[in-house]
Design a protein around this ligand. Structure first.
Ligand SMILES: Cc1ncc(COP(=O)(O)O)c(C=O)c1O
Length: 395
């Protein structure tokens, strides 16, 4: 398989000359994903788990097969460990209300978390403890251990890969440590799962969240993995159709997980597209993805070293999926505008990690993030455009 063949799978790259380096925000979608969603809407559009008719059965089968596909992708033991949600944000909020709210006082997070993994703990009024980051932005494991000693049996919730700096945390080691202190662990794999094989059993995650749109799938759908042993402890979060066994005016008997957490009509086409996107990733394979993306990171790193007055953050050379930087004396927003004028799409700003930016003493950065369809030429065009932008600003 070549990168050109991969690019041909994505209609986005057929009709425009844009250089897309913002896959960390959302990835482009291959035609196969669009096709299966179109098929659902045009050939067997029906609600799931409700109908006695054939169309409904067809839609239900595709939806449940999609759940199985997500389970296989994450190496979950059982498909009922997978709940469809609208994305990583809603998954974390679900865990906050359905599990953490009544069972934990203390929540431990890393210093690299997305706002989605900070705000739910504030809304549910948990005592939040932030693990120190080292100078290279790696997590300070000694500080983590000291927090675990001080707050055993707390809830630990960690991003696997930082969306802003591409830093990957040693999740397996951290999960093992957290379990030694009686904690439960949520892994936010929203950024990592598209770049590296995520295996819930290997990581021994209690909860794990992903968003389809960052995995070449549709927006508005994601998955929450909940380890089977914890299902009994999880409480209903939102009530509605499809989530129940029986309702009286006095009481409701809920279905087991995952159905208890899938009240209301679900994003059926989304689930089907999501599964297709995961299949698409499987056909490329993580060996290929990692090798190719490492080339992109290496090339970007080399180029970055030659940019005058560049400021990088953390271990850029070993970054996963994205690199963040600033240019001394130039506002990142100005660079974003000038790059856009040259048809180069990057993300500038705080990347939804304001507390991390505050600890670095910056307002934001320029971030380039990669999908498997990006080429070394994309990166070269980006650096040429960056050079021109800097010259224009400094002129
Ligand atoms: C690490 C991380 N966690 C959570 C999220 C939230 O994902 P979503 O917006 O799909 O809910 C993102 C999105 O950028 C992310 O990068």
């Amino acid at each position: 398989m070549s990168i050109n063949e991969i690019r041909d799978d994505f209609p986005f790259f057929k009709d425009n000359k844009l250089i897309y380096l913002d896959s960390g925000a959302t990835a482009q979608k291959p035609q196969v994903v669009l096709d299966v969603m179109h098929d659902y809407y045009t050939k067997y559009c029906a609600n799931i788990h409700r109908a006695a008719h054939g169309l409904g059965n067809h839609a239900t089968k595709e939806y449940e097969d999609a759940r199985q596909k997500v389970a296989d992708f994450l190496n979950a033991k059982k498909k009922d460990e997978i709940v469809f949600t609208s994305g990583a944000t809603s998954s974390i909020n679900l865990v906050a209300y359905g599990f953490v709210k009544d069972n934990f006082e203390h929540v431990i997070i890393s210093g690299l978390e997305h706002h989605s993994n900070i705000i739910p703990w504030q809304i549910t009024e948990k005592a939040l403890h932030v693990i120190d980051s080292k100078e290279d932005l790696s997590v300070d494991l000694e500080h983590f251990k000291s927090l675990l000693k001080k707050y055993p049996k707390s809830f630990v919730t960690l991003t696997q890969t930082s969306n802003a700096f591409g830093i990957t945390l040693p999740i397996k080691e951290m999960t093992e440590l957290a379990h030694q202190y009686g904690c439960k662990v949520l892994v936010d794999a929203a950024q990592s799962a598209v770049h590296t094989k995520v295996d819930v059993q290997d990581l021994d995650a209690d909860f794990l969240v992903i968003s389809a749109h960052k995995l070449y799938g549709p927006t508005g759908i994601g998955a929450l993995y909940i380890k089977k042993d914890l299902h009994e402890l999880c409480k209903a979060f939102q009530g509605g159709g499809g989530a129940i066994k029986e309702v009286t005016y006095k009481n409701t008997l809920f279905m087991p997980i995952p159905y208890m957490y899938e009240a209301g009509t679900q994003h059926i086409a989304g689930a089907i597209g999501f599964a297709k996107a995961l299949e698409y990733i499987d056909t490329i394979g993580f060996d290929f993805i990692q090798k190719h993306e490492k080339e992109l990171i290496d090339y970007a790193y080399e180029n970055l070293l030659h940019v005058k007055d560049v400021i990088t953050y953390g271990d850029t050379l070993n970054a996963t999926g994205n690199i963040s930087f600033n240019i001394q004396g130039i506002h990142h927003q100005d660079l974003g505008i000038l790059l856009d004028k040259q048809k180069v799409q990057v993300r500038v700003g705080h990347h939804c990690v304001q507390p991390t930016m505050q600890s670095l003493g910056v307002e934001g950065t320029v971030r380039i993030s990669f999908g498997v369809y990006n080429t070394v030429k994309d990166v070269a065009v980006f650096f040429a455009a960056l050079k021109r932008s800097i010259e224009m600003i400094k002129a």
